[in-house]
Ligand binder design. Structure first.
Ligand code: FAD
Length: 388
């Protein structure tokens, strides 16, 4: 991070994290939504980090944004998930496939915290296979009529704007920009979660919901491509956040292992504890490498959009980074809990909270299994796609 703009962004991120940390910890133990994430992110101008400056953002490239998300990930997967939902998969498709008018209408407001974004692909009966979705749309004069339910959507309960996918009569999927303050939109928070109590996860239902024709995102029938393209950005955000989780686990265990005494010496002098610390450090070392390699590949692809080879390389590396980082972070959090012993099992301490929260990273934005199939198919060739 060498340019003044990159350094300033990261110092703003660190100031945000410092101010947020005590609030996040309190919300976590009280098991409630952290309503200070958005005001603080707005205060530090972090609501649109990779969005160009002329649209109100900070113009961060993918590498810088990944670094910012890694720092944010140290504060918890719930905090980072807000940014993934709002920016990496919420603003990103509008920035990438939106018309100039859509970008001007939505992105500057998102940067100011006046609009909050989400990405609505998953449904109760369509998760790993979005092609099985049941939400429908039909054209009715100057608008589209949408009907259906979206489930397990990050930020759904707080969003003003949700990029939503639905199937037309031909069976092809299209993407729409859905404003949540219009008739026909109903939402419900999903609170029975095993982690991320401070973040919002919800579902929403559209009943004869009218989307103005102007809010079709990209070309009609191009929704699947938009969804898959957006997941590259989302997967990178998850991988970067997992790096932050590992970094925070490492900071916590190094300090705890020096302080906590058992059998007459600091537990850090017991070799089996050292083995855990070395394993967490190896996770950090390797995860950092895969995250930034994938981020560089995405930057390279964005510099040359027509280059199909760079694009598929970026897609594959994002999938690999997400699969690797989420499993590494899960293991790092588990080992950290072990080093903290009984305290590790308590959510009063950071390792226990990371363990609960980071588990979801192996599920959302492509499960472990789906990513493995994608990686294998990239090596074997399209004919070997197991989920065809
Ligand atoms: C906290 C949270 C936040 C989320 N946020 C969003 C969001 O913002 N937007 C959004 O659209 N979605 C979101 N999701 C949904 C998430 O992306 C899905 O849960 C995920 O894609 C898996 O879908 P599913 O839950 O329906 O599981 P299923 O698809 O039913 O899978 C169940 C199991 O079967 C396995 N499986 C399925 N198909 C195959 C196959 N062909 N081969 C091998 N194994 C297979 C899966 O890997 C998994 O282990 C979120 C989920 C959670 C938990």
């Amino acid at each position: 991070m060498n340019t003044p703009d990159q350094k300033k962004l990261l110092s703003d991120v660190d100031a945000f994290c410092e101010e947020l940390r005590p609030i996040e910890e309190l919300c976590y133990v009280e098991h409630r939504y952290n309503d200070q994430v958005i005001p603080l992110a707005t205060k530090y101008k972090l609501m649109a980090m990779p969005v160009p400056v002329e649209l109100g953002g900070r113009g961060a490239d993918t590498v810088t944004y990944a670094c910012a998300l890694a720092h944010i990930g140290r504060e918890g997967t719930g905090v980072r998930t807000f940014f993934s939902g709002h920016t990496s998969i919420g603003q990103y498709p509008i920035l990438t496939w939106g018309s100039e008018e859509q970008k001007r209408r939505y992105l500057p407001a998102g940067a100011k915290g006046e609009k909050i974004f989400a990405f609505g692909l998953t449904e109760p009966e369509a998760g790993s296979n979005p092609l099985e979705m049941q939400m429908t749309y039909e054209r009715k004069g100057d608008h589209f009529l949408l009907n259906g339910v979206k489930y397990l959507i990050s930020n759904a309960g707080i969003a003003t704007t949700i990029v939503t996918f639905a199937k037309g009569s031909t069976g092809r999927m299209s993407a729409f920009i859905v404003d949540t303050d219009q008739p026909g939109f109903a939402k419900e928070d999903l609170t029975a979660k095993m982690g991320m109590p401070t973040a919002n996860t919800g579902m929403f239902e559209l009943t004869n919901y009218q989307v103005p024709a102007d809010n079709l995102l990209g070309e009609e029938g191009n929704g699947f491509r938009i969804a898959m393209g957006t997941l590259v950005s989302g997967r990178l955000s998850v991988a970067a956040g997992c790096l932050g989780v590992i970094e925070d686990c490492l900071t916590e265990v190094v300090s705890y292992a020096k302080e906590r005494q058992q059998h007459g010496k600091p537990i850090g002098k017991h070799q089996l504890v050292q083995e855990h610390i070395a394993a967490i450090e190896m996770h950090r070392f390797a995860t950092e490498a895969v995250v930034f390699r994938a981020a560089e590949a995405k930057d390279a692809s964005q510099r040359e959009p027509p280059n199909a080879e760079l694009k598929s390389q970026a897609e594959l590396l994002a999938a690999q980074a997400k699969l690797f980082a989420s499993n590494a972070a899960w293991d790092a959090a588990d080992r950290s809990v072990q080093i903290f012993g009984g305290r590790g099992w308590s959510t009063l301490y950071r390792p226990g909270r990371h363990l609960q929260d980071v588990r979801v990273c192996r599920i959302y934005e492509g499960t472990d299994e789906i990513l493995k199939l994608k990686i294998a198919a990239a090596l074997l060739g399209k004919d070997f796609e197991a989920y065809k």
